[in-house]
Write a protein that binds this ligand. Sequence first.
Ligand SMILES: [Zn+2]
Length: 328
Amino acid sequence: MAEGSAKSDCIVGVDLGGTKILSGVFNHSLECVGTAKLSTKSQRGVDKVVERIGRCVQDAIDEADLTIKQIAGVGIGAPGAVDFSSGTVIFAPNMEGWKEVPLKKELEKFLGVPVFVENDCNISSLGVYVAELKSKPRSMVGIFVGTGIGGGLIINGDLYSGANHTAGEIGHMVLEVSGPKCGCGNKGCFEALASRTAIFQQIKAGIKDGQKTILTEMLGNDLEDLRSGDLRKAIRRGDKFVDRIIESASEYIGIATANLINILNPEVVVLGGGVIEALADEMMSVITETAKDYAMPGTMKGVEIIPSKLGDNAGITGAAVLARKETK
Ligand SMILES: [Zn+2]
């Protein structure tokens, strides 16, 4: 029975996204021993999505040859605003009908183990901090550029959540007062200037205005299947139009990075998310140079700005770290 009891401290981390659910089972050394993936299908309604999260957790446990009895807890990174104490998703803009969803309560009923819910970018930052930064700095800022832009702040070795548990909403830092409208209602938010959504909008608007790009040759005029990887291919084939748009997005990311360095002076800034993953070689030097231009003298000394290598695993790892911390 010794083996069984050793395994009972396994935990599950879940990354809940607008299009897919990822889950991973982690052992006591935080090694991933089983994963599963399901599409979210948020159009089917909240109850069905909760059920799918439960199924995805069970699939990963099955994959690891374990049973739910051997799981101490489940951590979940959810997109949008989360009330951590009640485990309620207050609002998730990329998920249909997700307002005031008591995710912790519903999933605990479904799975029969403790569940902890936190914002997805906070969770990813925690994952990067624990699993990727071997030097264990005291402070780190995570910036995740994907469909939107989110972030997480690690201060004194712990996730900083603020007075109302909403800290780290760096995607809504205003960088251009008269800039494009953001999903939050403001104008010129970081997210409205440099997210994948913003980049794709700029590309589509440019094509409408008659700009020439290899992308239409690659994908046709409507660019329905456009992905971040296509932008990398276009730039490597010498596409000046795409190159300019990515350079502009990189500059905004650099400015946001400088603002954060001026305010927090972290030891490390980690950049992640689908856009950075696909375009790190094209973007990182512009981001770093722009950050140096905008940071106050002396603040950048020794500060590292690096791309994350964890990719999709940042979310499930961070969620597992949270569950481990809360079940200890
Ligand atoms: Zn905004």
